[in-house]
Design a protein around this ligand. Structure first.
Ligand code: AGP
Length: 608
């Protein structure tokens, strides 16, 4: 996820771009840049690092004359954070400058085609392909050129484009990534989201997929997906600025929970093509894959909980033993590591000290390492032998949500890819797995669309002193994450128990009124779970169950049930955790806690 701003007016563009980009930094902050048109030529200034660096090197924009400009603050997906990978990207002949938010899934074949046509690339990004494709299809009319180029793009994009041949115009087009057009007094704007221009205007237009907007200082012209001009209705924004930074949500955590369908879509879709799992980013040698004798999955916190689900996946699909370790334990327990082992490190931030240390421990023993990371160019991403990125976009709230669910999706992708490359799964099984994965985002959208019952339950139980989560197998790993989500933001004591383990001790803590949240999403374990629920009910517990839609038996045994749709055993945790995240969120909010920045915690624990 990146931030885009464009200004078409009569004032100096660069300072205005910088001011807007500052409000877009939460969308990405590993590099930034601007392009302005000055006396018929495009001037580009860009740099790795925070936006303030760009401000410093341009004297807060004063060193970039020109009243037409585009700006960008980056969250890297393809191409590490660096000066040359920063946006804007100039086309080969320098006639076009482009800023891009999104992921171009077919950038490799397009880049190969353009190189064969003599185009020289200066970066490792997918975005630079767009600027050269625009040049390649240039037909002297920016709208037609842009539409022709866009027809060849697969994936998501929001684009701002400058052209030396049409210096009084900024062009914009989008597909799946947001782009807003704003109307000012003798100036107009494009922007990734509304908050960044609320100080400039409250009259905005939401660009739809395939539409093109042409902005001059005096006019905004819209073209539909067929190239025809049409009139769009503006709307007046009456939000207050602080709420708007979070996309209208009260907390980043809620915003990020609601972004999970998009994060899953961005993580999954580029890796499934023509009936196959495509993990080109990994470049794993199929022969070596076939000789993996054991896998370690190592991580902390929620990433560790995702890793536990990875164990179920890899063992069941590949038939090789998997050990899951907490990173701070792994690094000191002298693990038995051999050259035919694989160590998978999972980390949203890519900067967790214990996980970095575990990675280095594995590499010191000559073991190959695979990282599943959300932050491109982070330490773990750079030091691992192979890296698969979750493309969840920046996660600001300390309690991870979209980071965690994207990690599960990535683990499913890795598992299916390894199974595909080793012939451990039939084409039919692989095809079914692909279908389920591709349906997952829409299923999560459905679950996230109605919070009423979860909110009602949170209002009943937000004063609890202890809350227990129980489950079996995959649902036990899910219980661990549900319990962590709750305790880290609500400050209520919570623990997760393997349901079959309750009778070996913890059940002594169950007394009348104790709240127990039971996870019953695994069909083959539901009878066992029903017995465990009866056990705690017999001691007076109040039970909320996360069940499969239609499971009337469980519903009649518990006090409250939250039914979820069924996709596959492996993907149920991604669906069920949404309700546990929402429950934790509402309980914490009802307790008046700082949901985004809970006490004693940090977003990335970069110390031991
Ligand atoms: C989860 O909500 C917490 N923020 C924490 O447990 C986190 O998952 C853990 O610190 C690992 O962080 P990482 O994924 O960035 O390595």
């Amino acid at each position: 996820m990146c931030g885009i701003m464009g200004y078409a007016g009569h004032r100096q563009a660069a300072p205005i771009l910088l001011e807007a980009l500052k409000k877009l930094e939460y969308r990405g902050y590993d590099s930034a840049g601007m392009a302005v048109i000055d006396r018929g030529a495009i001037q580009v200034r860009k740099t790795r690092g925070r936006l303030q660096l760009l401000a410093n090197m341009t004297a807060d924009g004063r060193d970039m004359p020109g009243s037409m400009g585009i700006g960008h603050t980056r969250w890297a997906t393809h191409g590490e954070p660096s000066d040359r990978n920063s946006h804007p990207h100039l086309s080969h002949n320098g006639h076009f400058a482009v800023v891009h938010n999104g992921i171009i899934e077919n950038y490799r074949p397009l880049k190969e085609m353009l190189i064969l046509k003599g185009y020289v690339f200066r970066s490792d990004t997918d975005s630079e392909v767009i600027s050269n494709l625009i040049e390649f299809y240039d037909q002297g009319d920016l709208v037609k050129t842009l539409m022709t180029a866009a027809q060849h793009l697969e994936g998501s994009y929001a684009l701002g484009v400058l052209s030396v041949d049409e210096p009084d115009v900024i062009a914009a087009i989008r597909k799946d990534s947001p782009l807003i057009v704003g109307r000012g007094e003798k100036e107009n704007y494009i922007v990734s989201d509304i908050p960044a221009i609320l100080n400039l205007t409250r009259e905005v237009y939401l660009l739809e997929d395939g539409e093109v907007a042409l902005l001059t200082p005096e006019s905004i012209v819209f073209h539909n997906a067929y190239g025809d001009r049409f009139e769009k209705e503006p709307f007046h924004v009456d939000w207050d600025v602080s709420a708007a930074e979070k996309g209208g949500y009260e907390h980043f955590m809620m915003k990020e929970m609601m972004e999970q369908p998009a994060a899953l879509r961005e993580t999954i879709r580029p890796r499934i093509k023509d009936g196959r799992f495509i993990l080109d980013d990994l470049k794993l040698d199929p022969d070596w894959i076939r000789h993996i004798s054991m896998v370690y999955i190592v991580a902390c916190g929620s990433a560790y909980h995702a890793g536990r689900l990875g164990k179920n996946l890899l063992e069941s699909k590949l038939g090789i033993p998997v050990e899951v370790d907490i990173a701070s334990e792994f690094r000191y327990r002298r693990p038995i590591l051999k050259p035919d082992h694989l160590v998978i490190i999972i980390s949203q931030s890519g900067e967790t000290a214990d996980s970095i240390a575990a990675l280095r421990e594995a590499k010191a023993h000559g073991v190959r390492t695979l990282a599943i990371v959300n932050v491109v160019g982070s330490t773990i991403a750079r030091e691992a032998d192979y890296t698969l990125y979750t493309w969840a976009g920046p996660e600001i709230a300390v309690a991870t949500t979209k980071g965690y669910t994207s990690q599960i999706a990535a683990l499913v992708l890795v598992t299916m890819y390894l199974a595909q490359e080793t012939g451990k799964m039939s084409d039919e099984e692989l095809g079914e797995a692909q279908e389920m994965l591709l349906r997952l985002p829409e299923v999560t959208e459905g679950v996230l669309s109605d919070h009423r019952e979860v909110q009602r339950l949170a209002s009943l139980f937000f004063n609890c002193k202890d809350i227990y989560f129980v489950g079996r197998g995959i649902d036990f790993s899910l219980s661990l994450e549900g319990s962590l989500k709750l305790k880290e933001i609500s400050y209520i004591h919570s623990e997760a128990q393997a349901a079959g383990e309750l009778k070996h001790g913890t059940i002594s803590l169950i007394q009348p009124g104790t709240l127990v949240i039971a996870l019953v999403t695994q069909k083959r374990l539901r009878e066992k779970m029903q017995s465990n629920i009866q056990e705690v009910k017999a001691r007076g517990a109040v039970v909320i169950a996360i069940t499969l839609q239609g499971d009337e038996d469980i519903k009649h045994v518990v006090d409250h049930s939250l039914p979820i749709p069924y996709l596959s055993d492996e993907l149920q945790p991604v669906i069920a955790i949404l309700l546990l995240q929402l429950f934790a969120y509402y309980v914490a909010a009802l307790n008046g806690n700082d949901v985004d920045k809970p006490r004693n915690l940090a977003k990335s624990v970069t110390v031991e």
